[in-house]
Write a protein that binds this ligand. Structure first.
Ligand code: PLP
Length: 353
């Protein structure tokens, strides 16, 4: 008989749907591959990778670039296999033994899983009906639950809304446990909390190459925190947990990150354009977004999702157990042509059904 680790059976699986669609706007990826100039440099760089060596130089080269960009010390940066690995290790570092983690809900569904995996007690904090964080309520919950880790996703996935950096500072100064800001979508918002790291030693900022830099396939993320906190989180990682191919790729992408600015601007402009168009559809609720996706609500969301799937368009539908996201669909921003097609299909289907 196989004996599994205690609690594994009850652990929810990540219900991200993975199938290729003709128009794939379900996972907040970049719908475009690397800009041609960046791709050329990446391929050239990969042609002289030292496959026989462990990835030391490549790791520290990227750390050094990131540290320079944020004007922090190199010992304040850690890299991970996507921000997923970083967030998981942060939960591991501050969790265990019934330690408590406060995170917003609805938000990134993995927080619940990471809390469970780290054998911590999850304390979900409910967003209000507009999906905003009641800052005072959040502070109260963190304090009263005596949490060991508090998490804010800014901008929030899957709702798209944000806290101001002032609000984040208010929380940071009012709580004394570790405070993680997950900034997976921050490039589409423009207001990072990273500067607060110098002032608040409990603050950790996690970022990713997967969204604005279109590198979801390479699995690269990073975090910035106080050097002592970074040293402790670093203990949770295995040696050489990143591979040279991804590190060398991310190194070039980071050097050439200005090449991504037009795409980021295009995504923001498209998000605004499509949001405005969607708002004209009767009975469709459109939530304000500062990300590369839009959340909508309609009472026929499930049928609409099924119809979209039947014509090979993948959007994200949330399981009925996520009560606050009932009848919601999340649609990532694609190219202008993809956005037009998705909008036209939604508009026509809702008109005729
Ligand atoms: C809020 C948030 N954080 C973290 C991640 C993890 O991204 P990655 O591991 O690709 O960096 C995602 C992915 O969708 C996300 O939405």
């Amino acid at each position: 008989m196989l004996t599994y680790r205690n609690g594994l059976e009850e652990m929810p699986s990540y219900d991200g749907v993975e199938r290729d669609y003709r128009i794939k706007v379900n996972a907040n990826e970049s719908t475009m591959n690397l800009p041609p100039l960046v791709e050329e440099r990446v391929i050239n760089r990969l042609s002289y990778v030292a496959f026989n060596r462990y990835p030391n130089e490549e790791y520290y080269s990227l750390v050094e670039q990131i540290a320079r960009n944020f004007s922090v010390k190199e010992n304040q940066i850690l890299l991970g296999g996507g921000s997923s690995e970083i967030i998981e290790k942060i939960f591991h570092t501050f969790g265990g033994n019934g330690h408590k983690v406060v995170y917003p809900t609805p938000s990134f569904s993995m927080y619940k899983i990471y809390a469970k995996a780290a054998e911590s007690q999850a304390v979900p904090f409910e967003l209000d009906k507009n999906f905003d964080v009641d800052v005072d309520g959040f502070i109260k919950t963190v304090r009263e639950s005596r949490a060991d880790l508090a998490v804010i996703c800014n901008p929030n996935n899957p709702t798209g809304n944000t806290l101001t950096v002032d609000d984040i500072e208010k929380i940071a100064k009012s709580i004394d446990c570790a405070f993680l800001i997950d900034e997976a979508y921050v490039e589409f918002y423009g207001h990072s909390a990273f500067k607060l790291v110098a002032k608040y030693p409990n603050l950790i900022v996690a970022r990713t190459f997967s969204k604005a830099y279109g590198l979801a396939g390479a699995r690269v993320g990073y975090m910035i925190a106080n050097a002592d906190v970074t040293r402790m989180i670093g203990k949770s990682f295995m040696p050489y947990h990143m591979n040279t191919l991804s590190l060398a790729t991310a190194d070039i992408v980071y050097q050439m990150r200005d090449e991504f600015t037009p795409r980021i601007q295009m995504t923001i402009a498209e998000r605004k354009r499509i949001s405005e168009q969607l708002k004209n559809i009767p009975a469709l609720e459109v939530f304000p977004s500062h990300t590369n996706f839009i959340l909508i609500r309609h009472e026929k969301a499930e049928q609409l999702k099924n119809y979209l799937e039947s014509i090979d368009i993948g959007v994200r539908y949330f399981s009925p157990s996520a009560q606050a996201l009932k009848n919601c669909l999340r649609i990532s921003i694609g190219t202008r042509a993809e956005n037009d097609e998705v909008f036209n299909v939604i508009s026509n289907w809702l008109k005729s059904s």
